[in-house]
Design a protein around this ligand. Structure first.
Ligand SMILES: *Cc1c(COP(=O)(O)O)cnc(C)c1O
Length: 497
């Protein structure tokens, strides 16, 4: 198994090289040369294993240059009950007839990003060692909230690494800001930027490709790497929980051997749902993959028409982690669906950056329709479904998962498809307390974030995640706010270069 680039099929890298590089030199994303398979017998065996064991088993099919001992070290270090407040790492609950919620937010930052960012530092440091790279790795992150905190928490204290996060000064939730400003660790730094998320992202990209900055880093025996979801080291860990959940349902007698399930994913950058597509293509019996968007419904339109068009208004919603108009990981899906046609991928993605729009071939359109269904909902419908599920089933959804539940309800009504279904739940409701309280009670008091958490605790009865409760008494460490032009100086200064 080796890795090629979606924009140059002749690239051949080991998984360790792909993880260290993050993105291919010509701008393409790394994909495995083939999708490995998992048999029903193997899935049954996985049912008897712990989550770290399941993870090491699936990883061994993708990261073929890692030894068994290396994979065991990575998975056992990342998926522990010290970092996760669930012994089984993920939790599965039955919502209503044949519909299950897979809670992926029991990690230290209360969002599903932890599933990958808790293990990425181990995969990365092992990769560096395998490749005899003796440089300190500097992880630069632009975040709209969840990725930044999850990267900080994953990399804090990891030897040989340093992590720097930039967030838009007014573009993250109160809880997300607090989580980042109080981050522990000697190798971390956090800075607010006067601007929006795009300014952060463009600023980080400009630093990545600034030859003068790179030169300075190199002189200081350092190099840049990325922790966002274009890195294969973030995607691979997400495949695991989709294989794992099938093994779990089978073990619990909820489904029979070979029975197909639907998977619903609240989608932004297309990373999480792409992982489900990989699981399906490995051999996990999946009927439809249901892609749920908020009012930024560029993916719904794409799956239904084959035309990707980002020329539209950007809408700020109560599910901010899905407020996105360019879904990077779609490139990997289209590479596979076009028969690994790197020329077509270059053509489409050049058009995307020049005109903001491209249209795929009829063949790809047909493939999209056969694997995926797609839908969207706005904030009003999101709040209504939070209230409905709370009233009917005493289950409290966060705003992102609520989008998925609403889209699934619509799908089920329109198609009459009653296939058993797993809905990916991507965040704890406590991370978005204001919107969730407003949904349930019609309004939320103007109180501070921690009083809202207490209030939501009374409503939901769910234990308050210890990591969120602890924030209240933590020292604010990072107060800097800078302008876009100051970013590269800021980075160099923070690294003492
Ligand atoms: C990042 C995120 C998403 C979107 O996931 P993608 O992999 O980008 O599609 C959805 N919900 C939450 C809470 C997130 O943090």
């Amino acid at each position: 198994m080796y890795y090629k680039s979606t924009r140059n099929s002749s690239v051949q890298l080991s998984s360790a090289e792909a993880i260290v590089q993050g993105i291919s030199a010509e701008g393409g994303l790394f994909v495995p040369s083939e999708i490995p398979s998992v048999s029903m017998d193997e899935i049954k065996t996985l049912g008897g294993m712990s989550y770290p064991e399941r993870a090491a088993y699936i990883f061994s099919k993708y990261l073929t240059d890692f030894t068994e001992a290396e994979l065991k070290y990575c998975t056992e270090s990342a998926y522990t009950d010290k970092s996760f407040d669930s012994a089984s790492i993920t939790e599965l609950s039955h919502l209503f007839d044949g519909t299950y919620v897979l809670e992926l937010w029991h990690g230290p930052t209360c969002a599903f990003k932890d599933m990958a960012l808790q293990i990425l530092p181990y995969l990365l440091t092992v990769s560096l060692k395998k490749l005899n790279i003796d440089k300190k790795v500097v992880i630069l992150v632009a975040t709209s909230g969840d990725t930044g905190k999850a990267a900080l928490e994953g990399f804090a204290g990891v030897e040989g690494t340093s992590v720097m996060v930039f967030y838009p000064v007014d573009g993250v939730s109160a809880m997300q800001k607090r989580q980042m400003m109080t981050q522990d660790g000697a190798n971390v730094s956090v800075c607010a930027l006067n601007g929006n998320f795009d300014d952060c992202q463009n600023g980080v990209k400009a630093i990545f490709t600034d030859e003068a900055v790179k030169e300075r880093l190199s002189e200081g025996k350092m190099m840049f790497s990325s922790a966002n979801s274009i890195n294969w080291g973030r995607l691979a860990p997400q495949i695991i929980y989709y294989v794992s959940v099938y093994a779990e349902l089978l073990k619990n007698g909820e489904i029979s051997e070979g029975e197909k399930i639907n998977i619903v994913v609240p989608t932004g950058n297309f990373g999480n749902i792409l992982a489900a597509y990989y699981a399906k293509n490995m051999g996990v019996p999946v009927n439809r993959l249901i892609c749920a968007s908020n009012a930024n419904k560029v993916l719904t339109d794409f799956i239904n028409t084959g035309i990707y068009d980002r020329n539209r208004e950007f809408i700020t919603t109560i599910s901010p982690s899905m407020d996105i108009l360019i879904s990077s990981n779609l490139e990997r899906l289209l590479y596979i669906m076009s028969g690994e046609n790197d020329e077509l991928i270059r053509e489409w993605f050049t058009k995307l950056s020049a005109e903001g729009r491209y249209e795929v071939t009829d063949e790809v359109k047909a493939k999209l329709k056969s694997d995926f269904a797609a839908g969207f909902c706005d904030d009003t419908a999101t709040k209504a479904v939070i209230k409905e599920i709370y009233d009917k089933y005493s289950y409290t959804l966060d705003t992102h998962t609520a989008v998925a539940v609403k889209v699934y309800e619509d799908y089920r009504r329109e198609t009459g498809d009653t296939t058993k279904t797993v809905i990916a739940s991507t965040a704890s409701p406590y991370k978005f307390s204001t919107a969730v309280i407003e949904a349930i009670e019609g309004r939320a008091e103007e109180t501070d974030e921690f009083e809202k958490v207490e209030h939501l605790h009374k409503l939901s009865g769910y234990p308050v995640p210890a990591s969120l409760a602890a924030l209240k008494d933590k020292e604010i460490r990072f107060k800097d706010t800078i302008d876009r032009e100051e970013m590269s100086d800021y980075v160099l200064r923070a690294l003492s270069l």
